[in-house]
Design a protein around this ligand. Structure first.
Ligand code: NAP
Length: 346
């Protein structure tokens, strides 16, 4: 990849794609092409192939996907498996047909078996049963890894895959139903703080701009009713699960740095089938919630609803392979949460 290469970022408006875009601009890449989902639906094979034939990008970052937290993943299982398989199959095949020189496919550490030894090593892929709450998504992500691998083997392409751990950062998804752990915490703590201050105007504004809970069917001005649907009351905030599982969190701009670093210096042969990306450190969800609570400034009680699913008990990536290639995450969790909350408030 050189500074004038034509680079296509699939999913450039998402959290990961936009971070890769920022990183490429900061590194002096001048020829980046993008399309919104509306302009180019990557689940449509013909549209995808026509686009690649016309544009002939030299490099591709595949960051387009149907993504969501535990609730969305376990509710929209057909959408998650169908859309993610179609996007991966179409982009990988069109990249091969149009002569793309390098492709980097974004996967996720949810590809690993639920009870794989921790920290999760790349070798644990397909060594056991998946976590049921995100099996559909994981199967699609595993298919994408294998697509890259088998196109490399049969057609001598240079398609790499990376498996980031849980991400958070600028431009995250804060939907009350679809968000991942950290953005969901940021929004819920923020709303709970506003409710404690009785700042109903600010809550209304937040719900109008970022969406109210879909489960709430009451009148639009009943903000306390809307927030109660997602566990926010004037006295307390109730979060999903027991709070005891462990999670690792990587700041999206650190991830983007790793993606560009790997595209610049490595190829699929040296990376192998794929490489994990993470910080190599995890924390109990209760403690992560404590950090968000401090950064946001919520002073009420935090409760845990253990009747809701916890997901995988622990999910820590072994990052020794990528560390040995010369990359290490650098944003501390508290600093990253502060940056993400600042972005949320903007
Ligand atoms: N977020 C995480 O915690 C996390 C963790 C590990 C791995 N990852 C991986 O990172 C990648 C990106 O995730 P993200 O968090 O950045 O997701 P995101 O914020 O939801 O963004 C997804 C992007 O994909 C685009 N997209 C979705 N369906 C499309 C379609 N059919 N055709 C064209 N574009 C489509 C969307 O386009 P529009 O904006 O135009 O709608 C959006 O830009 C995914 O592969 C995900 O598995 C994410």
């Amino acid at each position: 990849m050189d500074k004038n290469s034509k680079i296509f970022i699939a999913g450039h408006r998402g959290m990961v794609g936009s971070a890769i875009h920022r990183r490429l601009s900061a590194c002096g890449y001048t020829h980046v092409i993008v399309r919104t989902h509306k302009e180019l639906d990557l689940t449509r094979q013909k549209d995808t192939e026509d686009f690649f034939d016309r544009e002939k990008p030299a490099c591709v970052f595949l960051a387009a996907a149907r993504v969501g937290g535990i609730l969305a993943n376990s509710t929209y299982t057909a959408d998650f498996i169908y859309q993610n398989i179609m996007i991966a199959a179409n982009v990988v095949h069109a990249s091969y047909k149009s002569g793309v020189k390098k492709l980097l496919n974004l996967g996720s550490t949810c590809i690993y078996p639920k009870l794989a030894p921790q920290p999760l090593k790349e070798e644990s892929l397909l060594a056991g049963y998946l976590e049921p709450t995100n099996e559909a998504y994981a199967i699609a992500k595993i298919s994408a890894i294998k697509l890259c691998r088998y196109y490399n083997e049969q057609y001598r392409t240079n398609f790499m895959s990376v498996m980031p751990t849980n991400l958070y950062g600028i431009n995250d998804n804060y939907s009350l139903e679809g968000a991942h752990l950290l953005p969901a915490f940021i929004r819920k703590f923020h709303l709970a703080k506003l409710l404690r201050k009785n700042d109903l105007g600010a809550i209304k504004d937040d719900l109008r701009r970022r969406g109210a809970p879909a489960a709430f069917k009451g009148p639009a001005d009943d903000v306390t009713g809307a927030l109660a649907c997602v566990g926010v009351t004037a006295e307390s905030l109730t979060l999903w699960g027991s709070g005891t599982p462990y999670r690792e969190l990587l700041y999206a701009d650190d991830l983007a740095e790793a993606c560009v670093f790997l595209m610049e210096r490595y190829d699929a042969v040296r990376i192998g089938e794929f490489v994990n990306l993470g910080t190599g450190e995890d924390m109990q969800i209760r403690d992560i919630a404590g950090l968000v609570r401090d950064v946001v400034g919520f002073e009420g009680e935090v409760r845990w609803d253990a009747s809701k699913p916890d997901g995988t008990p622990k999910k820590l990536a072994d990052v020794s392979r990528v560390n040995a290639l010369g990359w290490k995450a650098r944003t501390a969790l508290r600093d990253g949460i502060m940056l993400a909350y600042k972005d949320y408030l903007q």
